[in-house]
Design a protein around this ligand. Structure first.
Ligand code: ADP
Length: 453
């Protein structure tokens, strides 16, 4: 398809509109005025002619054949003169229009007009309809009549006005199209830069046109989001590399020690190596799990499940661990809440939340798992009285491999991937997860499912 720049298109459309408004409409008006004027002057001419005819008829019937009682002042333009003949065709008299003001070149003008005059002949009758002669009018055509000349001046002035307005319209159209096209071009440039990898624009373009401003904002947001994604991707790569490095180094060192004979490969020592390898495979499994979950809802196997039972079972499976650590586990679960979910995945999410709560709560503390329905929502929450998190850390905890400063220093810390998995599972279900926390006081994670009824 042939493409034209928006600027050319807008300019053409704008000018087409202006042309229609400023040329076609005045042309129609002028045509109408011309028509009305022409009609009016023809009617007036006929009236004048009829008046003269009846006067001449009366005069001839009365026997005055010399035209003495007709003066030139009687005649109005466009009638310049009339001649009267008797019924035999002999000329009786001619009456000429006498101009009120005689122009210096009157003779010359009369000569020129003479060539253009139109002639109209009428028969003259007596009262009893008998033909008594003929009258011939010599008439100035409409074009050079007073009315015709008025029309010409009117049209000339009107079109001069239109030309000036057109010029203004062109300047205005150019200004307007520039105003629209400029930010669009800038946006296109910015989008191109984004595709080339420089995401953040140096200058944020502004437009007073709402739709263009929306587009500018979207492109800006796109750039910012891509920059964030890029940053996250880089961090993810370096985090994975970092997480892999530790166990690999340890396993390598241990295997080298066995190979060099420095270390006896006792069952106990081999178990240590196996633990590291387990850690590695767990990490690989979790990264794999994250990738599948990123594909969303389609990867879930959904069935209507008793969420109350599921939550209770998941929490209770931790009971021995809670007992060992001396942390109290409290349950407040509304019975019989059924939802369409992937039970294995939701169980994984609940267990992650409960295991985190236990991990970050010291002896003597408590963890409360609650499930309740209100209106069109089912809310599952895991609240603990543990170490809590700093306000500035809260927004990051769902990111992959993020661990708060406190948890890094703890021997019990995980790999920082658990919450990222929980969030991916919850969001794949179309639900939401939020966290509230106060440092030193505890944390509360809340999952909200929307139900249809
Ligand atoms: P990890 O495997 O390190 O626990 P998560 O993704 O599960 O990773 O959690 C990320 C970080 O969020 C943790 O390192 C920890 O700092 C913080 N966190 C998660 N749950 C809690 C909690 N219940 N109390 C305090 N901090 C928590």
């Amino acid at each position: 398809m042939k493409t034209r720049s928006l600027r050319t298109k807008l300019l053409f459309q704008y000018l087409a509109l202006v042309l229609i408004c400023m040329v076609v409409i005045p042309a129609l008006i002028s045509l109408q005025i011309h028509k009305q004027f022409y009609k009016y002057s023809s009617e007036k001419l006929t009236e004048d002619e009829q008046q003269i005819i009846s006067l001449v008829e009366k005069s001839l019937v009365a026997g005055n054949n010399d035209g003495k009682n007709f003066q030139g002042e009687m005649l109005n333009w466009p009638v310049t003169r009339f001649t009267v003949t008797n019924k035999e065709g002999q000329s009786l008299f001619t009456v000429k229009h006498t101009p009120r003001k005689v122009a210096p070149n009157q003779a010359e003008r009369d000569k020129q007009i003479e060539k253009l005059l139109t002639v109209q002949k009428f028969a003259l009758h007596s009262a009893n309809k008998e033909k008594i002669g003929e009258i011939t009018f010599y008439i100035v055509p409409f074009k050079i009549s007073r009315e015709g000349r008025f029309m010409q001046v009117f049209q000339r002035d009107m079109y001069a006005g239109v030309a000036v307005m057109l010029l203004f319209a062109v300047i205005f159209a150019m200004f307007m199209t520039r105003k629209i096209v400029r930010p669009l071009l800038k946006t296109a440039e910015q989008a191109k830069k984004i595709s080339e990898g420089s995401y953040i624009a140096e200058k944020h373009e502004q437009s007073d046109i709402k739709e263009i401003q929306m587009l500018l904002d979207s492109v800006d947001r796109l750039g910012t989001e891509l920059a964030e994604q890029e940053e996250l991707r880089k961090r993810l790569m370096s985090d994975i590399a970092h997480e892999l490095r530790n166990p690999v180094t340890v396993v390598k060192a241990q295997l080298e020690a066995f190979a060099d004979g420095v270390w006896e490969p006792t069952a106990e020592r081999l178990q240590l190596t196996l633990t590291e390898i387990d850690r590695l495979s767990l990490l690989i499994k979790e990264v794999e799990g994250l990738t599948t979950l990123a594909k969303g809802y389609e990867t879930l196997s959904i069935s209507v499940t008793d969420l109350s039972q599921l939550t209770k079972k998941s929490a209770l499976s931790f009971e021995p661990l809670f007992k060992n650590k001396g942390v109290e586990l409290k349950l407040d679960i509304e019975e019989g809440l059924e939802l369409a979910i992937d039970p294995a995945r939701i169980r994984q999410a609940v267990e992650n939340l409960v295991s985190n709560a236990l991990r970050y709560t010291d002896k003597g503390g408590s963890v409360k798992v609650s499930l309740a329905r209100s209106d069109k929502r089912v809310t599952l929450s895991v609240a603990d009285t543990g170490i809590g998190m700093a306000k500035e850390e809260l927004p990051h905890i769902f990111e992959r491999f993020y661990r708060t400063d406190k948890s890094r220093t703890r021997a019990s810390g995980g790999m920082g991937i658990g919450l990222a998995i929980v969030k991916a599972i919850i969001e794949a279900h179309g639900a939401t997860i939020t966290a509230q926390s106060e440092e030193g006081k505890g944390s509360c994670f809340t999952v909200t499912f929307q139900t249809k009824e």
